[in-house]
Design a protein around this ligand. Structure first.
Ligand code: AHR
Length: 310
């Protein structure tokens, strides 16, 4: 140990013990989430970090329980993907009091005291919403008449649901004839996406729905099924705009059923493990590490599909 320490290794590496990371995952609601969990598990293995993985099945109370268990187990670092933005103050203060740093991944929390978390890594969800909105404004430029949009929101109170709504609404203001006529949560899941879209179609009987904006691909894919079952053509009769960029969305674009997906990368594992190591080595972490992402319209889907990693 003394020899290793003299070589300048941080204490945790020199004492030969594996770093322990407790990770509280939201659930398995979407293909994005599945890819995110796989990325984190693989990266922990590659980095030689012991991962304690807890799936909260979409419930904040389960995440709070998992965090308390990690604190009791005295893990080195806690990583949290918070299902909703608020309600984390108490448990984060408990982690702080125990001297365990918390890294937020994927989603941010809304807490006035930002010292409760060490770093955030993930996407700019407001910008994703803007990108979806801008794509639509561009696509419909020069046209006439009202454009009636239905919106499938993500989980109530979740950062990507709130932010993607905000960014999209901001962007479509550029074209006042674009209006959201119905908006409801479908919890980021394919099954609920189908269910809520069926309800939208029923409620809008006799009126035209021009566009579906879904806060993620899974909900869009469920809605596409509902549109087809109603005898309409997704991608043509109703434009379909969504977010994530999962493989199934690219396949739907190749099939002409989805018009655009705004990328949101779930491949956060390697950056998270690097941050865990840096943290324990006493290196400063960036407050926010924002992923670089693109926009993929149907025209490029066939070319891009073989390159997709999730
Ligand atoms: O927080 C990221 C979002 O959560 C993804 O867009 C969605 O698919 C997931 O469930």
């Amino acid at each position: 140990v003394a020899v290793l320490a003299a070589a300048g290794l941080p204490a945790w590496a020199a004492d030969g013990k594996k770093l322990v990371l407790g990770f509280s995952q939201i659930g398995a609601e979407s293909a994005w989430r599945t890819a995110n969990s796989a990325s984190i598990k693989q990266a922990a293995k590659d980095a030689g970090i012991e991962l304690k993985f807890a799936d909260a099945q979409q419930k904040q109370e389960n995440q709070i329980k998992a965090l308390r268990a990690f604190i009791a187990q005295k893990v080195d670092v806690i990583a949290l993907s918070p299902v909703v933005e608020t309600g984390w103050g108490t448990v984060l203060r408990e982690a702080k009091a125990a001297g365990i740093p918390v890294i937020l991944t994927d989603r941010l929390v809304k807490e006035a005291d930002e010292s409760l978390w060490a770093s955030f890594m993930g996407s700019d969800f407001v910008e994703e919403g803007r990108r979806a909105g801008r794509w639509l404004v561009d696509r419909l430029k020069g046209g006439k008449g009202d454009v009636r949009i239905v919106e499938l929101q993500g989980t109530v109170g979740a950062a990507p649901a709130l932010d993607r709504k905000k960014g999209f609404e901001e962007a479509i203001k550029a074209e006042p004839r674009l209006n959201i006529v119905r908006s409801q949560t479908a919890d980021f899941s394919r099954a609920k996406g189908k269910e809520v879209m069926e309800a939208f179609i029923k409620a809008e009987a006799g009126k035209k729905i021009h566009v579906l904006y879904a806060h993620n691909d899974d909900m869009a894919l469920g809605a596409i099924q509902a549109i087809e079952e109603a005898g309409l053509k997704p991608g043509t009769d109703i434009l379909v705009v969504s977010i994530d960029g999962v493989k199934a969305a690219f396949q739907a674009m190749v099939a002409g059923k989805l018009n655009v997906t705004v990328e949101c990368s779930p491949l956060l594992g390697p950056s998270l493990m690097q941050a865990v190591k840096d943290l324990k080595a006493g290196k400063p972490l960036p407050r926010r590490l924002i992923t670089e992402e693109g926009v993929f319209p149907a025209e490029v889907a066939a070319r891009e599909l073989p390159n997709r990693k999730y």
